[in-house]
Ligand binder design. Structure first.
Ligand SMILES: Cc1cc2nc3c(=O)[nH]c(=O)nc-3n(C[C@H](O)[C@H](O)[C@H](O)COP(=O)(O)O)c2cc1C
Length: 271
């Protein structure tokens, strides 16, 4: 089967597919676009998705699996701007676990974030059981106690936990989403960060709150085995990040501002 298939009746040889191909493996010939060096295709699907006449297909990203954008509503700029600003880190959760189908929706959207060379490579472990997170909190606190001279060993969290049972690591969230990547994968952390940015923004639409589990991550990145052993991370993979999720106990009433925008414009002085 041809790697790229062209419907000769539909192709107008407009050249858009050739223009937008990231590894530039398409060239325009008399019969239409032809692929060279097919091993360099990064399976981004742009060539198929952009064709105005649905004239090109690619075995790596078949036309049959693509969604027609013309059928979807467009979000206006004002709504999108305020929506993006409405995502907040949630630190007070209701106790019930998020249903599995909603947890799946979160990680499903996460895989659409951009990744270098479209390598993707992130897989997820979803902690459904709060009991595991309770053990994890204990492990992170223990790790902080063993490393009290380090800046991330926050006495306030240790005291709150030991004296009042307050979980400052996961804020008593019912669920945790852990990202992992193959040990030899160079872009694991950055791909994770972007995928979680998607996840967190999307979570709001489901009424789900989230926050980065930064203290948990630091403990995991230090290879603290009493913590890592709880999560059954496959031998060939490393933990690359974690976000806690749950239904928020309270809802925000206002959007807050950030530091003033800091922009430098650069243009050529020559007239
Ligand atoms: C890498 C990273 C680690 C973080 N770690 C924690 C954490 O351990 N606990 C927590 O409550 N929030 C954590 N946060 C959330 C930040 O504190 C939060 O994004 C910031 O205060 C801005 O607030 P907002 O997310 O509500 O806009 C983390 C955020 C990032 C990006």
């Amino acid at each position: 089967m041809d790697f790229i298939r062209i419907n000769q009746e539909k192709c107008t040889k407009c050249g858009i597919c050739v223009d937008i191909c990231p590894p530039r493996i398409l060239q325009m010939e008399k019969k239409g676009p032809r692929a060279t060096e097919i091993q360099a295709c990064i399976a981004c699907g742009h060539c198929v998705a952009i064709c105005p006449n649905a004239a090109i297909d690619n075995v790596k990203t078949p036309l049959s699996g693509q969604i027609d954008l013309a059928r979807l509503p467009v979000i206006d700029t004002e709504t999108a701007y305020h929506y993006m600003r409405s995502r907040r880190s949630i630190r007070c959760y209701r106790s019930e676990s998020i249903p599995r189908n909603q947890l799946l929706k979160l990680v499903d959207v996460a895989r659409f974030a951009p990744t270098a060379s479209n390598k993707q490579g992130i897989s997820y472990i979803i902690v459904e059981d709060r009991k595991i997170l309770k053990k994890a909190t204990e492990a992170v606190i223990q790790w902080m106690e063993e490393n009290q001279s380090n800046w991330w060993s926050f006495p306030i969290h240790i005291h709150a936990y030991r004296e009042q049972g307050i979980d400052g690591i996961f804020h008593s969230a019912p669920n945790l989403i852990i990202a992992t990547a193959p040990k030899d994968f160079k872009n694991g952390r950055e791909n994770t960060i972007l995928s979680f940015a998607y996840l967190e923004l999307f979570a709001n639409t489901l009424g789900i709150g989230s926050a980065w589990a930064g203290l948990f991550e630091m403990c995991a990145f230090s290879n603290y085995s009493p913590l890592l052993d709880l999560f059954k991370i496959p031998e060939n993979k490393s933990l690359t990040g974690a976000v806690m999720v749950g239904f928020p106990k309270y809802s925000f009433k206002r959007l807050v501002d950030r530091n003033p925008l800091n922009v430098t414009w650069l243009s050529c002085d020559e007239k």
